[in-house]
Ligand binder design. Structure first.
Ligand code: 13P
Length: 250
C-alpha cells in the first residue's frame, strides 16, 4: 500500500484581507522544511484566491477555495463562481459541503455531491466535509449520520474527505483520539464499499478546533491524514506550529 501523503489545510472562512496575504511568505519561511513530507493548503475567501495563488508562487503552498457552483457550464447565474474559474485563477482544491454551508445555506448531500463532481470535472480536488451534530452524537447516531453523508455526498474516488463534527467547530472541544480514529475508520470503510481500493486510498482529514496545542495528539489518531484548520490557519505562526507538529515532519 502506498503511504498517503499528509495534507494540512487551512480554511479562512469569511476572514482576511488582501494585506493579510503577507502571512503566506511568513508561513513558507516557517514551514519550507515540511514541504518534502506533506501538502500544505490555504483556502482564503474566493475574492482572494487569485492574489493568494500569486503570493504563493515559488513556494509549495497550495491554494484552494471554500465553495464552488454545482453548475459547470458558463451560464447566467449571478453571484456563482464555477470550479473552472477557481482553477483558472490558481486554485488546486475546493472545500465543498462545509457544515456552515450545509446549515446556513441549506446545502443537501445531493448538492454537495454535484459540487464535488463539478470540482473534479474542472481538475480541482474537492475536500468534502461530513460530520455529526451534538444532538446526533448524543443520540448515538454518529455512524449512521456520517456514513450516509459519505455515501450521498462523495461522487467518486480521487477526493479528500474532512471529518468535522459540527459541535467541535469554532469552540474548544474536540472528540477524543479514539473517537476521531473510529470516525475515520468508518469513513474509510464507507469509501471502500463505494469505490473499492481507490476509495480506501482517499485522504481523510480531521477538522474542528485544531490548534498548535492539540495538533500533535490529533495526528496520533489512527487513519488521520492531516487536518482542516479554521481559526488557527489565519496566523502564520499558529498554522506553521500545526504543520510542524505532524509526525511526518518531526
Ligand atoms: P476551527 O478550527 O476554527 O474550529 O474551524 C474548523 C473548521 O470549520 C474548518 O473548516
Amino acid at each position: 500500500m502506498v503511504a498517503r501523503r499528509p495534507l494540512i489545510a487551512g480554511n479562512w472562512k469569511m476572514f482576511g484581507r488582501l494585506a493579510g496575504l503577507g502571512e503566506l511568505a511568513a508561513l513558507w519561511d516557517l514551514t519550507r522544511q515540511a514541504g518534502a513530507a506533506l501538502d500544505m493548503l490555504l483556502c482564503p475567501p474566493a475574492a482572494y484566491v487569485n492574489a493568494a495563488a500569486v503570493a504563493a508562487r515559488g513556494t509549495q503552498l497550495l491554494i484552494g477555495a471554500q465553495d464552488c457552483s454545482a453548475v459547470s457550464e458558463d451560464s447566467a447565474r449571478t453571484g456563482e463562481i464555477s470550479a473552472a474559474m477557481l482553477a483558472d485563477v490558481g486554485a488546486a482544491y475546493v472545500i465543498v459541503g462545509h457544515s456552515e454551508r450545509r446549515s446556513l445555506h441549506g446545502e443537501s448531500d445531493a448538492l454537495v455531491r454535484k459540487k464535488a463532481e463539478a470540482a473534479l470535472a474542472a481538475g480541482l480536488t474537492p475536500i468534502i466535509c461530513v460530520g455529526e451534530t451534538l444532538t446526533q452524537r448524543q443520540a448515538g447516531r454518529v455512524e449512521e449520520v456520517v456514513a450516509a453523508q459519505v455515501r450521498e455526498s462523495v461522487p467518486a474516488a480521487g477526493i479528500v474527505v474532512a471529518y468535522e463534527p459540527v459541535w467541535a467547530i469554532g469552540g474548544d472541544r474536540t472528540p477524543s483520539v479514539e473517537e476521531i480514529a473510529a470516525a475515520h475508520a468508518l469513513i474509510r470503510d464507507t469509501l471502500a464499499a463505494s469505490f473499492g481500493e481507490a476509495g480506501r486510498a482517499a485522504r481523510i482529514l480531521y477538522g474542528g478546533s485544531v490548534g498548535p496545542k492539540n495538533a500533535a495528539e490529533i495526528f496520533t489518531a489512527a487513519g488521520v491524514d492531516g487536518a482542516l484548520v479554521g481559526r488557527a490557519s489565519l496566523k502564520a505562526a499558529d498554522f506553521a506550529a500545526i504543520v510542524l507538529a505532524h509526525p511526518a515532519v518531526r
